[in-house]
Design a protein around this ligand. Structure first.
Ligand code: ZN
Length: 130
């Protein structure tokens, strides 16, 4: 669905002009991500029409920075979250510079669960001390 100018402006402000996922401010170039993908997660096939055209709605869209949208590709949120969650394991396995940075305390690993920006916004604000 091609968004008209007004709908695109509304979508851009859905989370205060920030990427729904990482929370970085959206630049001039940003993507309208389909939260639930409209194509199956199979990029080996030739380009074709959407597998789930009924998901092509404004309600199923989030504003995303290009790196997040490209990384998420046609994954569901939970599949993508699992992949992001494994980032430390992949870096430890594959990148000697990263392992060295950890050994020398330049990088600290955490096992924090991956929380998307729009999820952090939805959390209740911490109570102020009386
Ligand atoms: Zn992002």
């Amino acid at each position: 669905m091609a968004l008209n100018k007004a709908k695109r402006a509304t979508l851009r402000e859905k989370f205060g002009g920030r990427c729904a996922y990482c929370g970085q401010p959206l630049g001039e170039r940003w993507h309208a991500d389909h939260i639930e993908p409209i194509v199956r997660n199979d990029w080996l096939k030739a380009p074709r029409g959407p597998d789930y055209p009924h998901r092509d709605t404004l309600e199923n869209m989030n504003p995303a920075c290009p790196p997040c949208n490209i990384d998420k590709h046609s994954m569901s949120l939970e599949s993508w979250r699992d992949i992001i969650q494994r980032s430390n394991d992949v870096l430890q396995r594959d990148v000697s510079t990263f392992r060295r940075a950890v050994r020398y305390g330049l990088v600290q690993l955490t096992s924090s669960p991956v929380t998307f920006y729009f999820e952090r916004l939805a959390e209740p604000a911490p109570k102020e001390a009386p």
